[in-house]
Structure formats: C-alpha cells, structure tokens
Design a protein around this ligand. Structure first.
Ligand code: ZN
Length: 178
C-alpha cells in the first residue's frame, strides 16, 4: 500500500518541533516535556494579538471605519473593506460555545496529556468572535487539569495567560465558577 501523504506531513511537524533538543527523538513511549507543545507562529497581521497577550491583555482587531471586530487578524475588514484597524481590549469574559476532547493519535507532547480539552470561547464583548483554547484550573495548570464532567456548552469562562517554555504567551480559560 502506498504511504499516506497526510501522515508524512505529521512526521515533518514532529521532526521540526523536536529538532536541536537532546533526548526528544519522538519516541512515543518516553515522557514528553511541555516544551514540545507547539507554539503559535505570529504573522505580520496577528503579531499585535500576541504582543498584547504577553502583557496580559486580550485584544481583538477592530475595524476603525465600521467598528466590526474580526478574527483571525487580517489587513482588510470583511464588512466594509476598510484597511484601518485598531486593537480593542476585551474584558476577558466569555462562554464555552463548543468543545472537543482530543484522544490519541496525537503529537507525542499532546498524547502525554490526553485526553484534555479544546474549547471554543465566544467572547462576551464580541459575540461573533470565537477563540480556540484550553480550559484549565489555573493559568499554568496541565492541559488535563479540568474534570471533563465540568465541560458544558454555555459555561461562563474568563481568560488567563500562560507563558509557554518557548516564551510565547497564550490565552487560556478558567471557569467563572470553579
Ligand atoms: Zn469595517
């Protein structure tokens, strides 16, 4: 049977994320440290989102002409086609719009923490904007720190910021009523 092209792509990602790190050869049987979790790679349009996150601020790109928020960040407003935008600060409140619980097969660093959760958060200040993240018990807690029984669509959440071993700060989410 011919090799499956998507699998080859996954192998490439694993290699890229474990390059130059001693002791991380992708062996599925070894514990995999948190530094092997993937980090966001900011592009020019999205860089401010991550710069604000590093300061503990959740901001969403907003059209200066028509006031519509947009995500993911991009140069042009999809509503009025204006190129003028600014970054509006959000309260950091939202609710779980949907969620999944990933199970293996996963990248090794994620398999070590599975099953965990990935939630889609609808922002209270911009209900059309939904951000992907993890629900955790504290900003720096493990991905699987929340009891899966607590996952509920509509549950109110608030943002917290976690700095990854590589230095990027990412928004995570805490239950408003732990
Ligand atoms: Zn606009």
């Amino acid at each position: 049977m011919a090799p499956d092209p998507p699998r080859a792509t996954v192998t490439t990602i694993v290699t890229a994320t474990t390059d130059n790190r001693p002791g991380t050869d992708g062996d599925l049987l070894l514990p995999v440290p948190d530094e092997d979790l993937l980090s966001p790679v900011p592009d020019e349009d999205g860089a401010p989102f991550w710069e604000y996150a590093a300061r503990g601020e959740l901001r969403v790109q907003t059209c200066t002409a028509c006031d519509a928020p947009r995500f993911p960040p991009r140069p042009c407003c999809p509503h009025c086609q204006s190129f003028d935008s600014h970054w509006r600060r959000m309260s950091g409140r939202g609710r779980i719009w949907s969620y999944v619980r990933p199970h293996p097969p996963l990248l090794p660093a994620y398999a070590a923490q599975a099953p965990y959760n990935v939630i889609l958060v609808e922002l209270a200040d911009a209900p059309r904007i939904r951000l992907v993240g993890n629900l955790v018990t504290a900003a720096d807690a493990a991905l699987d720190s929340v009891d899966p029984a607590r996952l509920r669509i509509g549950a109110p959440v608030k943002v917290a910021f976690h700095t990854l071993p590589g230095g990027m700060t990412v928004p995570r989410w805490l239950l408003e009523r732990p």
